[in-house]
Write a protein that binds this ligand. Structure first.
Ligand SMILES: Cc1ncc(COP(=O)(O)O)c(C=O)c1O
Length: 460
């Protein structure tokens, strides 16, 4: 039986006893699920009253270290399994998840722990992040974002053109609410980020698909739709298309901008998806700041759970967008913005970016062994687009894979209106937490395709 030594401890006896037992639990001298001595025996052995032991045990329970079990005694708690249950998603799917597009968790946890410790020593910051503000937020946060963006995008952005948001999806909702009305036409890529389609459907906006080829939207088709529908907004993912992964080249970017200017169309430039450093281009917002609203987010570059993003907009739209933000949520949580700003200034954001790029390129090497790419305009981001041989459809194939425990997204999810749906699936290389899980998923997908068409993909 474990009897702690409290002879050299000062202060109230019950605290001395609780501290001694805490140390024994933390050092694993008292292991998980060990039964603590009965209170009477411990009081007798230590020469203290039973009341002192009772208070010590109550203190340990308050510290979350022990738990009484009715009729059986008091035990050291299994805090890890308790945490695992507590922090388990309410809904989660079994198997290999190649559907969710998220950044891998590499050193982010360590960065979180570091800045929470920093914050715990800064009373001015603590007070500030607990308060209410105007939609513009805090001076230092705004300047930090401005400096970071100026460096990253190599432009000089007036900080009045920035608004923090709760991530890319929130930004898109704010834009839709501010700059369009029900039944308005919005031009989009024929295959489009599915949650933008959802947001427009919810808000009763009419989506018109613009034709895509292997290098992004086709300018001639864009012009045709501008003439026909006179839209106010065009939604685009020029850096890395969701779902196909293509990037719009420089000459096509200029053509798109020229057409939008001529027809008075505002461009929503969604740059949320992770684009590896080697493939980053000057964004449209730097070339045409007067007609572009840029949607940025830290969801894919650091962690999706942050729910922090930002908008860069023409100054003329600031009041409208900010009013919508206020109507929506007053302002973004200063605590979350503060965490992001600390990572922007202490180098963590940059370090994680490099780590993601490194792991991603290893995962692409793996992917290319099974599915060698044929399109040079495709960027090696999180998502990969896999065309399927006849008679497969994205829908039927993703169902088949689901029955084998592999989760992917079918092309049908991304098709806008009557836009012709290609037979294809989208997989995310960063969905699985390990490369070996990814490999298993790729092998199964390849096997299943080969059953329909042997040699449809050569193994490099
Ligand atoms: C193209 C695109 N835009 C926006 C979002 C939403 O980003 P956030 O998680 O920052 O809301 C996503 C998420 O997958 C996306 O793929």
């Amino acid at each position: 039986m474990f009897i702690p030594d409290i002879s050299n401890r000062t202060g109230p006896k019950f605290i001395a006893l609780a501290d001694a037992l805490t140390e024994a639990i933390e050092s694993n001298e008292l292991a998980i699920n060990t039964k603590l001595p009965p209170q009477r025996i411990l009081s007798y052995r230590l020469g203290v009253t039973v009341g002192t032991v009772t208070r010590a045990y109550q203190e340990l329970e308050r510290r979350g270290l022990i738990e009484p079990k009715v009729g059986s005694g008091t035990y050291v708690k299994d805090r890890q399994s308790e945490q695992q249950t507590f922090y388990h998603p309410v809904t989660s799917q079994e198997g290999i998840d190649l559907a969710i597009c998220r950044p891998l968790l590499l050193s982010q946890q360590q960065h979180l722990s570091t800045i929470l410790q920093d914050l715990s020593h800064e009373p001015t910051a603590q007070k500030a992040v607990l308060d209410y503000y105007s939609a513009e937020g805090l001076h230092g946060h705004n300047r930090t974002l401005q400096h970071w963006l100026n460096d990253r995008l190599n432009v000089d952005i007036d900080n009045r053109r920035l608004i923090w948001t709760y991530g890319g999806q929130h930004s898109l909702a704010i834009i839709l609410q501010s700059l369009s009305r029900p039944k308005d036409t919005i031009l989009v890529e024929g295959l489009c980020y599915a949650e933008f389609i959802n947001a427009c459907q919810q808000a009763e906006r009419k989506l018109v698909p613009v034709q895509l080829d292997e290098a992004g939207i086709v300018p001639e088709d864009l012009e045709l739709h501008c003439k026909r529908h006179k839209p106010r907004l065009l939604y685009l993912t020029p850096a890395i298309q969701n779902p196909t992964g293509t990037q719009i080249n420089d000459s096509r970017r200029l053509k798109i901008i020229e057409i939008c200017r001529r027809y008075n169309v505002l461009i929503i430039e969604d740059d949320v998806l992770y684009c590896p450093p080697s493939h980053r281009k000057t964004p449209l917002v730097a070339i045409a700041p007067d007609i572009t609203i840029y949607v940025g987010s830290f969801s894919k570059y650091f962690a999706g759970g942050l729910r922090v993003g930002y908008l860069i907009m023409p100054l003329t739209l600031k009041d409208t967008l900010q009013r919508t933000l206020r109507a929506n949520c007053m302002h973004i949580s200063p605590l979350m913005i503060d965490l992001v700003c600390r990572w922007l200034t202490n180098g963590a954001m940059e370090a994680v970016d490099k780590e993601i790029a490194l792991e991603l390129s290893a995962r692409h090497r793996l992917f290319n062994q099974y599915f060698p790419s044929q399109n040079n305009a495709v960027i090696p981001g999180f998502n990969c687009w896999i065309p399927l041989p006849e008679p497969l459809t994205g829908y039927s194939f993703s169902k088949l894979l689901r029955n084998k425990g592999i989760h992917v997204r079918e092309a049908e999810m991304f098709a806008v209106g009557r836009y012709p749906v290609p037979a294809a699936i989208r997989i995310s290389l960063t969905g699985p937490s390990s490369r070996s899980q990814l490999k298993t998923g790729l092998v199964i997908i390849k096997e299943q395709i080969s059953l329909v068409m042997p040699n449809s993909y050569r193994i490099a």
